[in-house]
Write a protein that binds this ligand. Structure first.
Ligand SMILES: [Zn+2]
Length: 133
């Protein structure tokens, strides 16, 4: 009788533990997540890129609201437009970062393929919709 063959799976201690991001769905090493001591796993559910984007977005909204209140003569129309423009810029750089990490390409290459950005946007939107249900 032949002895069973054991396949050695390379899971040495040098390998970094990986986790799937709850926002972008990318599988990233723990070092790509902010620490969260209140969580059992010790890190946030979304990666640094996603967390930073969410934080920056909240910040823009808050700032514009504050400006709107402090300037009584401020035109709400322009405030809203400025807020939307800033968020658009944030979203673009966020998607850029995700694409760069996912495909290991440069910003120049991404700009040459605008469909990539649109695809990623749709992907993220679908993800959000799925999580809501
Ligand atoms: Zn992420």
């Amino acid at each position: 009788m032949t002895s069973p063959v054991f396949i050695s799976i390379n899971s040495g201690s040098h390998e970094k533990p990986l986790k799937k991001c709850s926002k972008c769905g990318e599988i990233k090493p723990f070092t790509e997540y902010h620490k969260a001591s209140e969580r059992k796993i010790g890190i946030k559910s979304a990666c640094k890129v996603c967390c930073n984007y969410a934080k920056a977005k909240t910040c823009v909204k808050y700032k514009e609201k504050y400006k709107e209140r402090s300037k009584k003569w401020g035109n709400p129309e322009t405030t809203k437009k400025r807020e939307q423009r800033k968020i658009k810029e944030l979203t673009r750089s966020y998607i850029n970062k995700l694409l760069r990490a996912q495909y290991e390409i440069t910003t120049n290459e991404i700009n040459k393929i605008p469909q990539l950005i649109e695809l990623k946007k749709v992907e993220l939107k679908n993800k959000r919709l799925c999580q809501k249900n």
